[in-house]
Write a protein that binds this ligand. Structure first.
Ligand code: NAP
Length: 306
């Protein structure tokens, strides 16, 4: 049996698409992925999602999204998609050996944290190197840690980590932050936060746990060693599109090329961070998920496959 709408990915974009598709009686099947809920599962307070004037924890917000999608009849498979074939309709989507066929697809696989790709980083991941302050901050009580990056994520992670750490040093490659003024000010003014400007980490040191880093000054070229117990990456994200390579048009950075939500294949739509490298907010992803569901509904009606 072919599904009418199959949604891949379960962040704000995918779950909003699911709410709309389910309410349009399209009975969507969502393959939520092992990292279900997306990046908000790795954040703490979300203070800018409208409707929550006191803020809401990221995982709680995603729990509410999921509950709403299920309430209207979204069916959810908790696995990763391993392969797709969109060369003919019905479209084919595999979860290991299980084949799902669908008349239309909505892709909302989001993006994942970027790593520095320096010596020591991979070996020490989980042993002091992390890209998730919410997940790992607890282990750094009274320790000194570094946060790499100058965007809102770096500010948010640094501020969150001050709850545990004795000192948080933000290592940024330029002499000004990219982060919004309010977030940057909060971080800079925090008594536990220091900033290392014009600096890049070139190596992470330690055998079984992080003990220090080598830091190069981007202006002078000087390399110095600094002791630290942990290094948290907050240097942006890459779109999760490896399974769509050679299947859909992707841009140089791997984002799905879309006209609105329409991808290069008729009947395959995309929404959220997998397409959008400009706004990348939960609310914009949710809005785009809504658009994708409405576009899919109209496309199905036009193709009399709904
Ligand atoms: P981002 O804005 O792209 O910032 C990434 C930061 O990492 C930049 O400062 C960048 O430096 C630095 N960087 C990138 N590659 C690097 C490398 N190889 N080595 C060293 N530094 C590197 O990413 P983000 O902070 O994750 O934010 C993404 C989006 O989410 C933004 O739109 C942001 O506003 C939003 N966001 C919002 C909130 C909130 O409002 N509460 C919280 C988190 C994120 P340069 O500045 O030199 O490029």
């Amino acid at each position: 049996m072919s599904e009418t709408v199959l949604i891949i990915g379960s962040g704000p974009a995918g779950l909003t698409a699911a709410v709309y598709a389910a309410r349009a009686d399209l009975s969507p099947l969502m393959i939520e992925g092992m990292a279900a809920g997306g990046q908000l599962m790795l954040t703490t307070d979300v203070e800018n999602y409208p409707g929550f004037p006191d803020g809401i924890m990221g995982p709680d917000l995603m729990g509410q999204f999921r509950k709403q999608a299920e309430r209207f009849g979204t069916r959810i498979v908790s696995s990763d998609v391993t392969k797709v074939d969109f060369s003919a309709r019905p479209f084919k989507v595999w979860v290991d050996q299980d084949l799902h066929e669908a008349d239309s697809i909505i892709i909302s696989t989001g993006a994942s944290a970027r790593w520095l790709d320096v010596p020591g980083e991979e070996k020490l991941r989980g042993y002091g190197v992390s890209a998730c302050a919410t997940c790992d901050g607890f282990f750094f009580r009274d320790k000194e840690i570094m946060v790499v990056g100058g965007g809102d994520s770096a500010m948010e992670e640094a501020l969150f980590l001050t709850k545990f750490a004795s000192k948080v040093t933000i290592v940024h490659r330029r002499d000004e932050f990219r982060a919004s003024k309010i977030m940057a000010r909060r971080a800079i003014e925090h008594p536990k936060v220091e900033v290392m400007w014009d600096s890049v980490i070139t190596e992470i040191k330690g055998d079984t746990a992080v003990t220090g880093v080598m830091v190069e000054n981007t202006k002078t070229g000087d390399v110095t060693e600094h002791a630290t117990d942990g290094v948290f990456m907050a240097i942006g994200h890459d779109p999760n599109t490896s399974i769509f390579q050679g299947v859909l048009d992707l841009d140089d950075e791997g984002y799905i090329v879309a006209d609105g939500t329409a991808t290069s294949i008729d009947g395959v739509f995309a929404a959220g961070d997998v397409v959008d490298k400009v706004y990348r907010q939960a609310i914009t992803a949710a809005g785009m998920g809504c658009q994708a569901a409405l576009d899919t509904e109209r496309w199905l009606a036009a193709h009399e496959e709904g």
